[in-house]
Design a protein around this ligand. Structure first.
Ligand SMILES: [Zn+2]
Length: 250
């Protein structure tokens, strides 16, 4: 019971749910959607249900690599991740060979054991592995050691995975799809519907401002930005995030 209660608290604190009422919606429990956003690229969206019955959406990505798929972030919860695998089977019908989780919070990593039980290798920042061990939540079994250095970028199939430095979380990493010019920014970039930076208890707001300004400088050529929650957008999501951080720092 205590473990369940701790898990419940963790679900609450991830990604600033208390201040995100504008993103809350009513959806059926365990409902998971995938939406094609480019050739060989799909957004996955799951919904975590809170005790008051409202739900909060969470994004991840699926990328086709030849005849297999790479999954970026689990769905929010084990049941939702099982549902996600079913939806991928039905709608894409290619095997997932590897996955990446972009930080240690439940909306990114709570389905890790479901993936690993299916033989999918799950990778993360080394700190993500350490934090999940400390939290007692599902632990990614593989790390990309280079990501321990802020600013590091590594190839992950056709994807570039990079560690921008501490922001929303100390271990947040991002993915750049060079051919599509899509930036998967996860929870370190806020959707236009978000009106605050959300939970920064596990991050570094000053560093977050710096990395957001660095992203604005480095990714001027981007076509799309995928935030951890809410709607996909363009470059304006980076400016919006910068504005929210500056508001928080006032
Ligand atoms: Zn988070």
């Amino acid at each position: 019971m205590i473990f369940k209660r701790i898990l419940g608290v963790l679900f609450f604190v991830v990604c600033g749910v208390f201040t995100q009422s504008s993103l809350a919606n009513i959806h059926a429990e365990n409902e998971v959607f995938i939406t094609k956003i480019d050739e060989g690229v799909w957004l996955h969206t799951s919904f975590y249900v809170y005790p008051n019955g409202t739900t909060f959406p969470s994004n991840g990505l699926i990328v086709r690599e030849g005849q297999s798929l790479t999954l970026i972030d689990t769905a929010w919860g084990e049941l939702q991740t099982q549902q996600l695998l079913s939806v991928i089977k039905t709608e894409i019908n290619l095997p997932i060979t590897k996955a990446l989780v972009t930080h240690a919070h439940a909306d990114r990593a709570s389905g890790v054991d479901v993936l690993e039980a299916r033989g999918i290798k799950v990778y993360s920042h080394p700190l993500t592995q350490q934090l999940t061990i400390e939290q007692g939540t599902a632990v990614p079994n593989n790390v990309i050691a280079e990501l321990a250095t802020a600013g590091a970028q590594v190839k992950f199939g056709s994807l570039n995975v990079f560690s921008p430095g501490p922001g929303h979380a100390m271990d947040n990493i991002m993915v750049w799809l060079p051919d599509k010019r899509i930036l998967y920014a996860g929870c370190a970039v806020r959707a236009l519907q978000s009106n605050s930076v959300g939970n920064i208890a596990h991050g570094d707001i000053h560093s977050w401002l710096k990395i957001t300004q660095q992203l604005k400088n480095d990714y001027k050529i981007l076509r799309r930005v995928v935030p951890g929650h809410g709607e996909i957008g363009g470059f304006d999501l980076l400016s919006h995030t910068e504005k929210l951080i500056l508001n928080q720092l006032k």
